[in-house]
Ligand binder design. Structure first.
Ligand code: ADE
Length: 231
């Protein structure tokens, strides 16, 4: 069966560069949001931005899969860097995702863990391989690492250091970990790509505003190459 690929962002800026390049757009209003059915180089896709945070991201991922019938999900957007080798505009793909703000440690559980869940959820291996092949062909650097998710914009060195040491994460953002839970539960292969917009430090808010658009575009352009290369 022909696949239908969901492409999600969190913010309008993260999907606008996609909407400029896709064809045959049909706008669907649902659950106080807009879902754009479209085609790109012959592939059927559905694009939406969720709004910021884990709850909205979970809702949107679920709708893309359950209502629109998407059988693969790609996330495109920006992230704060933890790994000092990651600079503004650099691309990172998640090997795994975790939730840094999920905390029932009072009951003796590790941070990020709830019973019957997992601290780290892996992304789809084949989609990661496709991304690495594209990066090699394009001659762009693509880091692979753990991405930590939470309902917090991190602009604080101490919190960043804590997330780094607790989860061994390379980057952080506010949606990927929840998309991972949904796709894992619904058995839909998924892939999370982020371009760095800031370093999650004291100037993160200023850098985020400055680099959101340019970094979101870098990520979106790469995601469209992914769409073309998915069987
Ligand atoms: N997304 C991009 N930068 C971020 C930050 N510093 N904290 C959380 N999410 C982000």
């Amino acid at each position: 069966m022909k696949s239908k690929i969901a492409i999600m962002g969190a913010m309008a800026e993260e999907i606008e560069p996609l909407l400029e390049k896709v064809e045959n757009i049909k706008k669907n209003r649902y659950a106080k949001n807009i879902y754009y059915e479209a085609t790109y180089r012959g592939k059927d896709i559905v694009i939406a931005y969720s709004k910021i945070g884990k709850v909205f991201a979970s809702l949107t991922a679920t709708i893309l899969i359950e209502k629109f019938g998407c059988d693969k999900l790609l996330f495109s957007g920006v992230a704060g860097a933890i790994n000092p080798e990651l600079k503004i505009g650099d691309l990172i793909i998640a090997s795994h995702l975790c939730q840094h703000d999920l905390d029932i440690t009072a009951f003796g559980h590790p941070l990020g863990y709830v019973p019957e869940g997992e601290v780290c959820i892996p992304t789809d291996r084949r989609l990661r391989e496709i991304a690495k092949e594209i990066a090699e062909r394009r001659g762009v650097e693509l880091r692979e690492g753990i991405i930590a998710t939470g309902d917090q914009f991190i602009s604080n060195r101490d919190r960043k250091a804590f997330i780094s040491s607790t989860f061994n994460a390379d980057a952080l953002e506010m949606e990927g970990g929840s998309v991972a839970v949904i796709c894992d539960a619904l058995e839909v292969p998924f892939f999370i790509l982020r371009a760095i917009s800031d370093s999650a430090d004291g100037s993160a808010d200023i850098d985020f505003d400055k680099f959101l658009e340019s970094s979101a575009k870098i990520s979106a352009d790469f995601i469209l190459d992914m769409v073309e290369n998915i069987e």
